[in-house]
Design a protein around this ligand. Structure first.
Ligand code: UD1
Ligand code: MG
Length: 458
């Protein structure tokens, strides 16, 4: 089958009014990726080399977004929404290039898996002209019903056009179809709009093809993979299903999730075997974790690279550009942004490291802050190998702490410190014997005098 060429036509022109959003429906995200981009991924995984995106509502925004998530896709604008067949025909120029297989997919059905599409393509390879992807929703109301006669699919009837008898059918149209490229345009051009909604229904090609004695078959996909998103409750439902699938895959690939239902992945999270993730961890986009890391509870991680055997959290925040090398440690209430934490370095408590390098084996004391920003520009802090930064120090960038440099606690460091030097950046302590007691007595008698004077006023 691999030698058969395949075009995926993704319908995404609809308005999606029930999302109540200024943004086109299919750009709402699941796992940090627009739902239509999930559809593109599934199409590509099923072998589609051509991608045609049919847009309408919010066309400019859609074009801009598509340039990012599907740079190879051709976009076609459907000026008026006259139905699903009309929408597919908007991509006529792509279809007429002569692909063997044409997959029609919906931009708002993001959980469709490549397996369901591959199965449909296999049926085309076996000689079918039209393959309908069917499913059995718990409540079929609103879906097109698959009408079969003598075990053959003869028509799809939209809910509004169904007889009472037909409404009882539980096997429904998930919406997606695979059509043999050789027949696609002829079938689509034969569709009319004499139905309850006055629309050109893609589903009508089933009746047209079977009247021409072409082979029309149905496959069955799971309800979950055919879930269509119309409102934000369904969006959350799809997110939950996606997360559940991803957690399952992560665990089967050797990652321990202590409370899987509390860990949230992004569409592109990479996480190596023998990593342990404690409860309540959030992975934003762009996270790569090698093997054997420990991610403690309540950590929030995005755009970060974490090498083998690192220890992160609890309550760590790793922001884009955080790059932890082998066995580095970033502990509780620490934020790291655009910084390399080299092998075995420790940033353990209440610290901000931004625009910096922390050399191998360096120890960053509690409350250390890299002062990287003057309100206009960002500056770099370079901390050498084996350096020791005493607690509650501010490193005012640009500044370099040499290898083995030692910073006294509570310092404000504004000048670079050479290798192995000790730097104090704070006022010296002064201790006066007996002065504490004397002060206490003075304050106590002043307070007593004030109270007495107030009493005399009454
Ligand atoms: C469609 C199917 C129905 C199936 C259901 C599954 C048809 C006629 N009906 O109905 O059998 O059970 O999906 O969810 O195909 N779109 C356009 N341009 C248009 C019309 C639609 O781009 O002119 C896009 C929409 O944005 C959407 C998709 O096509 O992504 C499906 O359209 P929708 O109106 O949701 O069809 P349904 O009535 O749900
Ligand atoms: Mg729909």
């Amino acid at each position: 089958m691999s030698q058969r060429s395949c075009l995926s036509v993704i319908l995404a022109a609809g308005e999606g009014t029930r999302m109540k959003s200024a943004q086109p429906k299919v750009l709402h995200q699941i796992a940090g990726l627009p739902m239509v981009a999930h559809v593109v991924k599934a199409a590509e995984a099923a072998g589609a080399s051509g991608l045609a995106l049919v847009i309408g509502h919010g066309a400019d925004e859609m074009r801009k977004a598509a340039a990012k998530f599907a740079p190879k896709a051709e976009t076609f604008e459907q000026e008026k929404r006259l139905g699903t067949a009309h929408a597919v025909i908007a991509a006529r120029a792509a279809i007429s290039k002569g692909y063997d297989d044409v997959l029609v997919m919906f931009g708002d059905t993001p959980l469709i898996d490549a397996d369901a599409l591959t199965l449909a393509r296999r049926r085309l390879a076996e000689g079918a002209a039209v393959v309908v992807i069917g499913f059995r929703p718990p409540n079929p109301t609103g879906y097109g019903r698959l009408i079969e006669k003598d075990g053959k699919l003869t028509a799809i009837r939209e809910e509004k056009d169904c007889s009472e008898e037909e409404k009882k059918i539980g096997f429904c149209n998930a919406g997606m179809m695979a059509v043999a490229g050789a027949h696609a345009l002829k079938l689509l051009d034969a569709v009319g709009n004499e139905n309850a909604k006055g629309e050109y229904y893609l589903t009508d090609i089933v009746e047209i093809a079977s009247a021409q004695n072409l082979d029309v078959v149905a496959t069955e996909a799971s309800f979950e993979s055919a879930l269509g998103i119309n409102n934000r409750a369904e969006l959350a439902q799809a997110e939950a299903i996606w997360q559940q699938r991803r957690r399952h895959d992560a665990m089967l690939s050797g990652v321990t999730l202590i409370a899987p239902e509390t860990v949230f992945f992004s569409h592109d999270t990479e996480i190596g075997a023998d990593t342990i993730v404690e409860p309540n961890v959030w992975f934003g986009p762009g996270v790569r974790i090698a093997s054997g890391a420990k991610i403690h509870a309540f950590s929030h991680i995005e755009g970060a690279t974490i090498a083998s055997n690192c220890d992160v959290g609890p309550f760590a925040r790793l922001r884009p550009g955080a790059d932890l090398r082998n066995k580095a440690k970033v502990g509780n209430f620490c934020e790291v942004k655009q910084a390399v934490i080299e092998d075995g370095a420790k940033v353990n408590h209440l610290t901000y490291i931004g625009d910096a390098r922390v050399g191998a084996g360096a120890n960053i004391g509690a409350g250390t802050i890299t002062c990287n920003y003057d309100g206009y520009s960002k500056f770099f802090t370079d901390i050498g190998e084996g350096a020791f930064i005493g607690s509650n120090s501010s490193l005012v960038a640009p500044v370099t702490i040499g290898n083995g440099g030692y910073i006294a606690s509570g310092s404000v460091i504004t000048e670079s410190v050479p290798d192995d030097a000790l730097a104090f950046g704070r006022a010296r302590q002064k201790t006066i014997p007996g002065k504490g007691k004397e002060l206490r007595e003075r304050f106590a008698s002043a307070a007593a005098a004030k109270k007495k004077a107030a009493g005399a006023d009454h």
